[in-house]
Write a protein that binds this ligand. Structure first.
Ligand code: FRU
Length: 473
């Protein structure tokens, strides 16, 4: 007899086959970003370098371009640049995860790749239940579920999910995204000696007045002598140029007291200033780098208006970025390995005036400024405009809204001026690293597929050095 797991896996692979050509033919299909083979991708999961190989799992709905009972899809890579699609890692087929193998994380333990994830369940009364589950793999490809390791602790609603597990001085720790019974977001903190039984130690952080009703995908780690907590709160009100997406992702920096189970921290800062960024996850690789990947999407934000849904897929992940902590601020830089994508140098020139150039739809553009700019504009394919003005100090990204065609914008302030910029263009996305990663703007970009002009308007005498490469697909 065929099991539920076998049946669901078979249906998922059939969906991949059925729509392979349709997805392939989409001019917006990405050239070098991880995307779903078909259907919907959301959060990065189980991000780890294990026995030398990088593994990236992802929330995956193979059957349509909406959300639902998620699988864990799986990519692997030797170099962070070339990704191989692996067999399905987790299937929502058991009583404890039947409505979704939701987000979670990976660890290396006992010579196995182990993943903790949330089993999402809708019970007979339509109510949500949440179980934190374990699955193990001996080869990094096939996983055996080990069942539920943690039930819902007291004091939280069933919006309790996305376990991130790590080791510290011989003990295991877990953070879980939570909602208190007073409908406030928080991060639950748990401790274990053996990964089997977990003690709830309270809230590592939250609730915080004004910071929303649910915190998703927490990730705690130390960097440069400080402790950092990244999370994605829902229900934060926009304030001027901040928090303009449907849901936010940001971080706090402070000191984690493992005894007390508390993080003393400063203010919440947005991690990325673009239109599409959410639920990132980080890990420490074998070179000792803290590498982060996010979902280039936001839940409930115009998903029905993405043109790729006609081609039976939606969303992708960001490039892997290396995190640095500089004077209490998180910087993100594309990993060095991205240079391997450079195929051909298209131009390198120093300009003191306007210019336009043709750029292929997979390319990289680097701008270095000699001195500081007064006013600057970069028009990407008639779709996206970047601008900076020294007078206001604002760096702004504009595009026409996916929902209604009106102009929408995201901004940040650069008190230090615009000094440097690195832009990664893929068929339907752009990632802009400003001032060596101090600010990042991540967005989807659905420009006319035949459009290739990039224009720089530069009012001032300062000299800019622009370098561009064609990147391989
Ligand atoms: C964040 C999230 C997680 C959840 C997953 C479900 O985007 O809502 O909290 O585990 O996606 O796909």
């Amino acid at each position: 007899m065929i099991t539920t797991e076998e049946k669901l896996r078979k249906q998922a692979y059939e969906a991949v086959e059925k729509y392979r050509d349709t997805v392939q033919k989409d001019p917006y299909r990405q050239g070098y970003h991880m995307m779903p083979p078909v259907g919907l991708l959301n959060d990065p999961n189980g991000w780890i370098q294990w026995r030398g190989t990088y593994h990236m799992f992802f929330q995956w709905m193979p059957f349509h371009t909406g959300h639902g009972a998620k699988f864990w899809g799986h990519y692997s890579s030797e170099n962070l640049v070339d990704w191989k699609l692996e067999p399905i890692a987790l299937t929502p087929s058991d009583w404890f995860d039947k409505n979704g193998c939701y987000s979670g994380s990976a660890i290396d333990h006992d010579d196995k790749l182990k993943v903790f994830y949330t089993g999402n369940v809708r019970n007979g009364h339509g109510e949500r239940e949440s179980y934190q589950c374990l699955a193990e793999s001996e080869n990094g490809i096939e996983f055996k579920k080990q069942g539920v390791k943690l039930e819902l602790p007291e004091g939280y609603s069933a919006h309790f999910r996305d376990p991130k597990v790590w080791e510290h001085e011989g003990k295991w720790y877990m953070v879980v995204g939570a909602q208190t019974l007073e409908n406030q977001g928080a991060v639950a903190f748990l401790e274990s000696d053996d990964l089997e039984s977990w003690t709830h130690k309270g809230e590592l952080a939250g609730p915080v007045e004004g910071l929303g009703y649910m915190w998703e995908c927490p990730d705690a780690f130390s960097l440069n002598g400080k402790d950092v907590l990244i999370f994605s709160p829902q229900g934060v009100e926009a304030q001027g140029i901040d928090f303009n997406n449907q849901y936010q992702t940001g971080y706090v920096v402070g000191k984690l007291d493992y005894e007390k189970g508390k993080l003393e921290h400063g203010v919440f800062n947005e991690l990325d200033r673009g239109f599409e960024f959410y639920a990132p996850q980080s890990m420490l690789d074998e070179k000792g780098r803290r590498l982060l990947v996010g979902w280039m999407g936001v839940p409930d934000q115009n998903e029905e208006h993405h043109p790729t849904i006609q081609h039976h897929w939606i969303h992708n992940l960001t490039l892997p970025r290396e995190l640095k902590l500089v004077e209490g601020e998180l910087y993100q830089l594309p990993v060095k390995e991205m240079e391997q994508l450079r195929e051909e140098k298209l131009f390198e020139e120093v300009v003191g005036a306007d210019l336009s150039h043709k750029l292929p739809r997979t390319s990289e553009l680097v701008m270095d400024v000699d001195g500081s700019l007064n006013q600057f504009e970069l028009q990407l394919f008639d779709y996206l405009k970047l601008s900076y003005s020294k007078e206001t100090g604002y760096f702004t990204m504009e595009r026409s809204s996916l929902a209604n065609g009106n102009t929408e914008s995201r901004s940040c302030r650069l008190i230090e001026g615009l000094q440097q910029m690195q832009v990664f263009i893929d068929h339907s996305s752009v990632e802009i690293f400003v001032n060596d990663g101090k600010e990042v703007f991540t967005s989807r970009m659905f420009a006319d597929p035949d459009e290739c002009m990039v224009k720089v308007v530069h009012k001032g005498k300062e000299r800019l050095k622009l370098t561009a490469w064609k990147l391989r697909n």
